[in-house]
Design a protein around this ligand. Structure first.
Ligand code: ATP
Length: 305
């Protein structure tokens, strides 16, 4: 396995009495694509800025490839490329000049790959940056980050401003990066993006990592929705282990199942069920399940884990 790409222990950032990030323990293996989901103000950007060594931790440590992010920022930055949600660029340079300049700062650039990226993102690199739309500026910083093929890509809401076609181009590039063994850490509000790209997902709320796991693991936290239509009278499902929120409408019953569905299936099979529908929660529902619940009075996550 070797040294993890990212490791943080008890990582915290406090502004006065307010914790923007509290006690983050995170480990991302080399070659993993990990997503960080959270609403506005959850602490996603704070986490990324701590990893970049742009702000000092109030407590705890963060390392990238075994290098302390706060003490060794120069060495750390040799391994990574960063894409912010919005970047300040030189307005009078063209897109091509900007890539040339950033490429010189960052080191090795594969010019063939850079040109391929310009094509894929359909960017007119001959225009001055001040004439670019928000989406075009975003494409430019994405290309700048991808063209160096860094060991680690730190992406903070990287697709803000991109249209669906460009979002596809981005996904394609991230898949490729993952296949090449690069590590990707991305924060996002776009659930479908995280669902499509990430091996694991962390859910951050109020500065606390409330959950971290594969999508399959996180789905267990949420319930399965089951709708059953019966030939005869409707059985009483309210006492079946794991079943809750039972609603009856004529001969149709709707309920939520937490954990194994087996006890419910046994009752249904013995009760003349005529039609059965069930669906897994989408990441959207998982997300809402987390943010729908309130945190404990001490700021602790609600029954996390
Ligand atoms: P968004 O999705 O809106 O970008 P985020 O999850 O990236 O949100 P952060 O930018 O990390 O959230 O902010 C976390 C919290 O820390 C917010 O409540 C923010 O107001 C606060 N915060 C960030 N920087 C500072 C600062 N310099 N001084 C005081 N509070 C700050």
């Amino acid at each position: 396995m070797g040294v993890p790409a990212i490791q943080s222990v008890g990582l915290s950032k406090r502004y006065g009495d307010f914790y923007a990030l509290r006690g983050l323990d995170l480990e991302v293996a080399r070659g993993e694509v990990v997503g960080f989901l959270g609403p506005n103000g959850a602490g996603k950007t704070t986490t990324i800025r701590l990893l970049l060594g742009l702000i000092h931790p109030s407590a705890g440590t963060a390392e990238i490839f075994g290098l302390d992010c706060h003490r060794k920022p120069v060495e750390v930055h040799r391994h990574l490329a960063y894409v912010p949600g919005e970047a300040n660029l030189w307005p009078t340079l063209t897109g091509g000049e900007t890539l040339h300049l950033l490429g010189q700062v960052q080191g090795s650039v594969d010019p063939i790959y850079r040109d391929e990226l310009i094509q894929r993102f359909d960017l007119d690199a001959s225009k001055r940056v001040r004439t670019y739309s928000k989406g075009n500026r975003q494409k430019l910083i994405l290309i700048a980050a991808l063209m160096t093929r860094p060991d680690l890509l730190l992406l903070d809401e990287p697709t803000s401003g991109l249209d669906p076609l460009m979002e596809q181009a981005f996904r394609h590039c991230i898949h490729e990066a993952g296949e090449r063994g690069q590590t990707v850490f991305l924060s996002s509000h776009i659930l479908s993006e995280v669902e499509a790209l990430c091996d694991r997902v962390g859910i951050l709320r109020d500065g606390i990592l409330v959950d971290m796991g594969t999508l399959a693991e996180l789905r267990h936290l949420s319930s399965l929705t089951v709708e059953a239509t019966f030939d005869r009278s409707v059985p009483d499902l309210s006492r079946v282990p794991g079943v809750n929120s039972v609603e009856i409408e004529g001969r149709v019953v709707r309920c939520q199942v937490q954990g194994t569905v087996e006890p419910l299936l046994k009752v249904l099979a013995a009760s003349g069920v005529h039609e059965l529908l069930s669906h897994e929660p989408s990441l959207e529902e998982l997300f809402l399940a987390h943010y729908g619940r309130t945190s404990g009075s001490d700021g602790s996550p609600p029954d996390a884990g």
